[in-house]
Design a protein around this ligand. Structure first.
Ligand code: VAL
Length: 444
């Protein structure tokens, strides 16, 4: 069977941006930044995106394009009879962990969307406000599971239809819509009383936060998560790309777009967080409490909320399909399964794992696998802060040290000039050193 391919480079770009821009930029970025001091976190995050993220993004896509195989098969093709294929296992494991909780949170977004359709959330519930409404919803057994199942079903259907067309099209419309809505929301949020405090929180780094080792690993994990890096999604998407498409501009474009969405969501969330006296360290529920409070105050806020949660659900969907694609492609090759069989089995396993995540907000709220982290936070920590960076480290070592320099440069479409040499030096030396240092210091 001929390997599937993207129609055009634009198609690939849109799919890769669709993968990158998702709950990570809005939901995860806000609460991780909120928990890690705001400004100092943002600064570190930006440094990591540019020095580590974008160079590795280019690297990851190029490995897939060169090998034309799944995340494990690619390393086996490029480095036969060596242990480099283990790099791919980090990707597959991360994909399983991440989509399991991602689908739960995306289910929350769907639930919010529907509550805006019915008008339920136009106004805060008299008792407990949005905080109470959200807490009440996620702590139930069946309700959140239903929404998560619905989201996972949609994801599976798109992946097994093999139609990137549909999602390419949807992204073309909804990414600009999401961007537009975020810009309007940021404008509104900034006009609230007390907004300046939020701006200061986000843009005036409290330098003392930098003495905390955990902020480095958190910022690194966020850069990987948000760029869809190290989970094999970009590698797998790259494998559907023909050799004549140039990569460097695509990688920079994807990285910049993703960063734009993160910064603009910061501008929406933090002014409002301070204006409504919400605790910035509220963790994963943060945006689900803050956003409805903004919409409630805004003229035509109900409509804005409806559009926003619709666009957010779609952004989550275009990210989720890229994660599901990773093990789906791997099992298709490994067991000779059809696309349909592979995606249904993998997706169902992930949904099953997600049940634990969801119940971690209800009857298993006191289950804390790591430190005082609940089930979602624990899975997220292992995947985002450990597996993704380790996969990235291994990938950098592979291209920097296993490949000869001309091979590495050719793989990413760079020449032996300034750009080529900067990229090469980053991937060969700086990226591995930075990741190792951050790891060691975070363990201490
Ligand atoms: N990068 C996406 C996001 O930020 C997913 C694939 C993790 O939501």
């Amino acid at each position: 069977m001929a390997r599937e391919q993207w129609g055009t480079k634009l198609g690939f770009m849109l799919a890769a941006m669709g993968s990158a821009v998702g709950l990570g930029n809005i939901w995860r970025f806000s609460f991780v930044a909120g928990e890690n001091g705001g400004g100092a976190f943002l600064l570190l995050y930006l440094v990591f995106v540019f020095l580590i993220g974008i160079p590795l993004l280019l690297t990851e896509v190029s490995i897939g394009r060169k090998a034309k195989s799944d995340v494990i098969g690619s390393y086996k093709t490029l480095a036969p009879r060596t242990p480099w294929f283990m790099t791919g296992f980090f990707g597959v494991c991360s994909a399983f962990l991440i989509l399991s909780f991602y689908a739960v949170v995306a289910g929350w977004a769907l639930y919010y969307f529907v509550n805006y359709v019915t008008g339920n959330f136009f106004q805060a519930p008299a008792e407990g406000g949005f905080e109470g409404a959200f807490g009440g919803f996620i702590s139930q057994g069946w309700q959140p599971l239903f929404w998560s199942a619905l989201f996972m079903t949609l994801t599976i259907i798109i992946v097994f239809s093999g139609v990137k067309k549909g999602i390419e099209m949807a992204n073309k419309i909804f990414m600009p819509l999401l961007a537009l809505l975020l810009i309007i929301l940021a404008g509104f949020s900034l006009s609230l009383d007390g907004a300046m405090e939020g701006l200061a929180f986000l843009f005036q780094p409290d330098w003392s936060a930098l003495t905390q080792p955990s902020i480095y690993i958190q910022a690194l994990g966020q850069a990987f998560f948000s760029l869809s890096l190290g989970m094999g999604a970009l590698l797998t998407y790259g494998s559907y790309l023909s050799d004549d498409k140039r990569l460097p501009s695509a990688a920079v474009g994807i990285g910049l777009m993703d960063t734009f969405f993160a910064v603009i969501s910061g501008l929406v969330i933090f002014p409002a967080v301070f204006a409504f006296s919400i605790d910035p360290t509220s963790g994963p529920p943060l945006v689900f409490i803050t956003l409805p409070s903004i919409f409630e105050q805004m003229p035509l806020g109900g409509i804005a909320g409806l559009l926003f949660f619709f666009a957010l659900s779609l952004a989550a969907l275009s990210s989720a399909i890229s994660i599901l694609e990773v093990p789906t492609a791997y099992f298709m090759r490994l067991f000779n399964w059809t696309r349909k069989k592979s995606s249904v089995i993998v997706g169902s396993i992930m949904f099953f794992l997600g049940i634990f995540v969801s119940l971690g907000f209800g009857i298993w709220a006191d289950v804390t696998p790591i430190a005082d982290f609940n089930i979602l936070d624990s899975m997220d920590y292992i995947a985002s802060n450990i597996f993704l960076p380790l996969g990235g480290l291994s990938m950098a070592l592979f291209v920097g040290w296993y490949f000869a320099k001309p091979t590495a440069l050719k793989a990413v479409d760079l020449k032996d000039d300034v750009f080529g040499n900067v990229w090469y030096a980053l991937v060969k030396y700086l990226v591995p050193i930075m990741i190792i240092v951050i790891f060691i210091s975070s363990i201490q």
